[in-house]
Design a protein around this ligand. Structure first.
Ligand code: AMP
Length: 282
């Protein structure tokens, strides 16, 4: 596996892979890798011939009071995990390499899709995401790019961006990887104390409760959300950011469940704000 730190070096390696007719896959990450990230690499290995993983804690997607400085990092361990996963190139640029002095060009999806759910409490987040992902797309020009459904809104926003800016790249959404007890893997789970880790199960339990209610015939979004919130609030320090039921591709809120639905939540549990979701056809 090659480790490169500059845009020029990455371009050079990708160029020779393309010359050899290889189909290039990109997996963007912020590192502190876990099985969720590794599942994207496995999917990329299966569906492409040359896998590029980017590892960059992107400052432009963090708000002023968010966890940019303390975001967990372990480059040495991440590099070993990538190598073991059969990754061809690991791109680990500095902030300066990605955003030089006087940097001022951004890609921003201005639709409601970036203002709802996580966008409501993180107003600059998706602008940072679409900007950095566009830069990575321009540097690598992958045939396919792999993203986790864990960040369902991110997938929806990037798919919209790819359509609207005519990127010739296939977006491959990959299923959420969970711990055996159901907690969705996240680099931010490391912030949880032992007891918070146990309490965090209430998130997946609330999603399962919604699923059960839907299977039993409930279609009223408000009633389902109320039941989910009541369950989450059994953890007295849980601070609900949102519990929403939306159309899975447009992220428009629904009153009556029908079609391709996304049930999504964000809850602050002690230090971390955790997100989770399920997508289901009703
Ligand atoms: P991050 O490093 O948190 O920016 O995540 C990088 C990529 O890994 C994103 O596409 C995430 O959606 C994906 N990812 C993170 N956690 C999981 C998970 N538990 N299951 C599947 N994909 C995930």
């Amino acid at each position: 596996m090659k480790i490169v730190h500059t845009v020029n070096d990455l371009r050079a390696v990708v160029k020779s892979a393309k010359k050899a007719q290889k189909c290039v896959g990109l997996v963007p990450t912020m590192g502190f890798l876990h099985e969720g990230h590794l599942s994207l690499m496995t999917a990329a290995k299966k569906n492409t011939d040359f896998v590029v993983v980017s590892l960059f804690v992107n400052p432009t997607q963090f708000g002023p009071n968010e966890d940019l400085e303390s975001y967990p990092r372990n480059f040495e361990k991440d590099a070993i995990l990538c190598e073991n996963a059969g990754v061809d190139v690991l791109f680990n640029p500095s902030v300066d390499e990605m955003y030089g002095p006087d940097y001022s060009t951004y890609v921003n999806c201005e639709g409601d899709i970036t203002k709802v759910l996580c966008g409501a409490s993180r107003p600059i987040h998706f602008k940072g995401v679409t900007s950095v992902v566009s830069k990575l797309f321009n540097i690598v020009s992958p045939e396919k790019a792999f993203f986790g459904q864990k960040d369902a809104q991110q997938v929806a926003v990037i798919e919209k961006m790819v359509r609207e800016l005519n990127f010739d790249i296939e977006i491959v959404p990959c299923p959420i990887v969970r711990e055996s007890d159901g907690l969705a893997l996240s680099s931010r789970n490391t912030y949880l104390s032992e007891s918070e880790r146990k309490d965090a199960l209430v998130l997946v339990q609330s999603l399962r409760l919604a699923e059960q209610k839907i299977k039993a015939g409930e279609r009223n979004a408000e009633l389902i959300k109320q039941a989910m919130k009541a369950l989450i609030e059994t953890v007295d320090y849980a601070e609900i950011d949102y519990v929403e039921i939306v159309e899975a591709t447009t992220l428009k809120s629904v009153q009556k469940l029908e079609g391709d639905m996304l049930i999504a939540l964000a809850v602050k549990l002690g230090r971390p704000r955790l997100i989770d979701n399920i997508r289901l056809w009703v």
